[in-house]
Design a binder for this molecule. Structure first.
Ligand code: ADP
Ligand code: C5P
Length: 244
């Protein structure tokens, strides 16, 4: 076969530009366990890579008029409270290298902001965070690494009371009522059983710097291997084009 510089160049650039799958990390754990805090720390430490965060909360379903009227009776901790089909569609697009518009959820009014979205761009690393991201097998199957943030229930409740009264427009009584009626039972029925799917369990959440350092090192290694594969496939294409 005769050597063609232009064919070699285009084959090499096709190999180099071939779409590479992002590394997907799932982060689960009970309410106020420190999932968001852990994700922020990972993102901060991976500053030389493109990392995006997707929150399962963004995919809370809207409530019917009837449900809105009796919102105190609605179970936001049951898997059915989420639009998992829409979450899967968004994650599929991101894995395919497309950008997506993710809904913004308003915890004060229990609904999605109808006009605004958050644009999430395709990236090297996608972190999907939420109380029930390990519940559905199709969602779990998207993940290359699963992390469970394990924080004592009393610490989580204390944080939740503070956060929900300060940031989510609730009073202490309503937080305690919701916790006893829905949050704790759903944690026992759905969140805790999904811990068995985790590759890594982080005790104490964001306070555990050693665990976060180890996770970041692992992600860096995986991303480095991706880059090596890309270089090898480019070399292979050049070799076959040149018939070396
Ligand atoms: P999650 O995403 O699991 O609900 P967050 O990371 O949002 O949890 O944390 C819930 C609340 O607890 C927030 O108000 C946050 O500031 C606080 N928090 C998280 N981690 C710690 C920590 N290690 N020490 C003290 N407060 C924390
Ligand atoms: O951030 P965090 O993981 O705590 O978010 C999940 C929690 O948000 C659930 O435990 C659920 O009870 C609560 N939630 C709420 N009101 C909504 C939607 C979710 O209190 N409208």
């Amino acid at each position: 076969r005769s050597f063609s510089p232009s064919a070699a160049a285009s084959a090499a650039s096709a190999a180099a530009g071939a779409h590479r799958q992002p590394f997907v990390i799932g982060v689960s754990g009970g309410t106020a366990s420190g999932k968001t805090t852990v994700c922020d720390m990972i993102i901060q430490q991976l500053h030389d890579h493109r990392v995006v965060l997707v929150n399962q909360d963004s995919f809370y379903r809207g409530l019917t008029a009837e449900e809105s009227e009796r919102v105190q009776d609605y179970n936001f901790d049951h898997p059915d409270a989420f639009d998992t089909e829409q979450l899967l569609e968004c994650m599929g697009k991101l894995k395919d290298g497309q950008s997506v518009n993710v809904p913004i959820y308003d915890f004060k009014n229990h609904r999605r902001c109808s006009e605004s979205f958050r644009k999430v761009n395709a990236s090297d690393v996608i972190i999907l965070e939420g109380i029930l991201v390990f519940h559905d097998q199709r969602v779990r199957d998207l993940m290359d690494m699963k992390i469970f943030v394990d924080t004592d229930a009393d610490i989580r409740l204390a944080r939740r009371i503070r956060r929900d009264t300060v940031e989510r427009g609730r009073d202490v009584n309503s937080v305690l009522e919701q916790y006893g009626r829905f949050v704790k039972p759903a944690f026992d029925d759905f969140v805790l059983p999904s811990k068995k799917y985790a590759d890594v369990i982080i005790p104490r959440g964001g306070d555990n710097h050693v665990a976060i350092d180890l996770i970041v090192q692992h992600i860096r290694t995986k991303l480095g291997q991706h880059d090596l594969c890309k270089i090898y496939s480019t070399v292979f294409v050049i070799q076959s084009t040149f018939q070396i």
